[in-house]
Design a protein around this ligand. Structure first.
Ligand SMILES: Nc1ncnc2c1ncn2[C@@H]1O[C@H](COP(=O)(O)OP(=O)(O)O)[C@@H](O)[C@H]1O
Ligand SMILES: O=C(CO)[C@@H](O)[C@@H](O)COP(=O)(O)O
Length: 565
């Protein structure tokens, strides 16, 4: 019998399912579902960096996308041997004793603090700072050492600490917290005991300071010094973690019926989108996989013998088995990549949304059509115009820190800036400057890996931006002065999840073998244009000057506030 697997990939705005043939990685069916409440902007306050998602958005998407691919593919349900789920992260949510999301229980349905705290929510900057301060000064293990030495407000403990401080009800009613990838895996699985449920190594290691060398999560002593509630919570979390080639359970009866599947389908341990994306793009040693979408994640793998006891400074962690079991997975990234351009698009759309839509000159239907035309063509037209601007022409210098800086050296308090504006600066000049900025931010990450002795011989791009914007990819190749290949799959993270699923179901012996057989082919390749490389290096040095100025400015402002207290 032929065997099929499903990879389910929860991105920032939507969830996608792919149904894959385990023999060759061919995609038989795919389905995407956008989160309805999220699309309406519910439960978020962008001006406060609050980004929450209601678990119902995820559950509705789960049911729709998997049912769709099962139906569309026409394959027999019993031939679908396994499902693996990847999600964004760190995106934790509080659950009750039964593992039900608190937001699905009476009294919490409309409470954003009881929902999933999306990776890009930065409401816990102060809590992250407290964690860093304690880790460096408490006299015990520095638990941040395998997280690049800096704990981020994007991560698990900082988020929980923040919610516990601001919402007594959630603090009291949350029996435990789960990363999104664990929560959805738990929901589908027949293994319904929270205490023994197999939590994701990838999520725990990169975001919750889990490490084998200290037997799991940070000690109760350490957590208790942050807040008594965290020390108590530790007892209701986990000690062991598991890689995604392992089985978390079988599909439970309820979900088998909902999805049109059988309970023989196994559910693999969950993981993060970036890490599964790397597997979908055939990650191997000395290869940097860049997942370029809203944000970027930069993933590498290296053998333990090469990394040894070395800790790589300023990245988002090094975790044994977070990508490929048996190898150390290294993660870095930018908190905003496509999002910087999306922000600019939003700025430019202000008159459309606020003047055009309130105008009486044309009827509502025409207004709507016009608005959609502008929205759909804005980035494309800006790209066309920005491409025409010669490098000899002055463009502004911009920073990419519109959502803080993830790596190198996490600092979510940093803000973006634009300098060198003149009366001659037009919208495409600013767009070009923003594209340069995200590429310079990328170069800082590549430089950091190399400075820390992690050799990069090949760069592979995956994700929306890698596939949709040759302009950005060419700029990146010039800035990095390295060729970049782009994976052909539109759904590399979902494909990677499907690869883990195939291993968990025993179709392949290991993730490397499955990744080579089922992983994505490559399409475009971008080569550095030697005539432009030097000019980009010069622009990068101006970026560095602006970056240092901005960072020092924020540091001194902070010092002034601290001194005046
Ligand atoms: N042609 C384009 N040029 C530049 N950026 C783009 C283009 N198309 C999409 N984007 C950006 O890509 C991001 C979405 O990336 P995608 O990989 O599809 O999603 P996600 O990161 O949620 O998985 C958005 O920030 C969007 O602004
Ligand atoms: O940070 C991680 C994984 O560690 C990502 O989940 C996060 O950047 C979100 O990724 P997307 O931009 O939605 O692809």
């Amino acid at each position: 019998m032929k065997k099929y697997v499903i990879g389910l990939d929860y991105g920032t705005d939507s969830v996608r399912a792919v149904l894959i043939d385990t023999e060759n990685g061919a995609e038989l069916a795919t389905s995407v579902s956008y989160y309805q409440r999220w699309k309406e902007g519910k439960f978020c306050q962008p001006e406060q960096n609050q980004f929450r998602q209601h678990p119902l958005d995820h559950i509705e998407g789960l049911e729709k996308t998997i049912s769709d691919v099962v139906k569309e593919s026409g394959v027999a349900p019993e031939s679908i041997v396994s499902i693996c789920i990847d999600t964004t992260g760190s995106s934790p949510l509080p659950v009750n004793k039964e593992g039900i999301a608190l937001a699905l229980t009476p009294g919490f349905e409309q409470n954003p603090n009881a929902m999933m705290i999306l990776w890009k929510d930065h409401t816990s900057i102060h809590e992250a700072e407290e964690i860093n301060h304690l880790a460096r000064n408490w006299g015990g293990e520095d638990y941040t050492k395998f997280e690049g030495g800096i704990y981020s407000s994007e991560w698990f403990w900082a988020k929980i600490l923040h919610i516990n401080r601001v919402d007594e009800n959630v603090k009291n009613e949350a029996y435990s917290w789960m990363e999104h990838c664990d929560y959805i895996t738990f929901l589908l699985s027949d293994h319904q005991d929270l205490a023994t449920f197999k939590r994701s190594r990838c999520a725990a290691g990169h975001k919750a300071m889990w490490h084998e060398s200290w037997n799991g999560l940070p000690s109760k002593d350490f957590l208790g010094q942050l807040d008594a509630s965290l020390a108590e919570l530790r007892d209701r979390l986990y000690d062991k973690t598991y890689t995604s080639d392992e089985v978390a359970g079988n599909l439970n009866q309820e979900w088998a019926a909902k999805l049109g599947l059988t309970t023989n389908t196994v559910i693999a341990v969950g993981t993060f989108d970036a890490h599964s994306g790397a597997v979908g793009a055939k990650v191997e040693e000395n290869t940097l996989i860049r997942i370029m979408g809203t944000s970027t994640c930069d993933i590498m793998v290296a053998p333990n013998e090469i990394i040894g006891d070395k800790t790589v400074k300023g990245i988002c962690g090094q975790v044994n088995g977070s990508v490929i079991p048996g190898l150390i997975g290294l993660e870095a990234g930018q908190s905003a990549f496509g999002d910087l351009l999306a922000w600019y698009k939003d700025i430019l759309l202000w008159p459309t949304q606020n003047i055009l839509m309130n105008s009486n000159i044309i009827d509502d239907n025409q207004k709507q059509l016009l608005k959609e035309e502008i929205e759909n063509n804005l980035i494309r037209n800006l790209t066309l115009e920005a491409e025409k601007i010669p490098l000899s022409e002055a463009v502004p210098i911009a920073l990419d820190w519109v959502n803080g800086r993830r790596t190198p050296d996490a600092n979510q308090e940093l803000k973006a800036a634009i300098s060198n504006l003149s009366l001659g600066t037009k919208a495409p000049h600013i767009f070009k400057a923003l594209v340069n900025a995200i590429c310079f931010g990328s170069k800082k990450i590549v430089d950091r890996f190399e400075e820390e002795g992690v050799k990069i011989e090949k760069v592979i791009g995956i994700g929306g931006v890698a596939r949709k914007s040759p302009f950005i990819m060419q700029t990146l190749a010039n800035v990095l002065n390295m060729p970049i290949v782009v994976a052909a799959s539109d759904q590399a993270p979902a494909l990677g999840a499907a690869i883990y699923a195939a291993v968990a179901a025993g179709v392949y012996h290991n993730v490397q073998e499955a990744s080579q057989k089922m992983g994505s082919d490559f399409e475009a390749e971008y080569f550095p244009q030697t005539e432009h490389v030097e000019k980009y290096a010069e622009l990068m040095s101006q970026y560095q000057i602006l970056a240092d100025f901005t960072e020092n400015n924020i540091k001194s402002k902070k010092k002034l506030i601290v001194d005046s207290l």
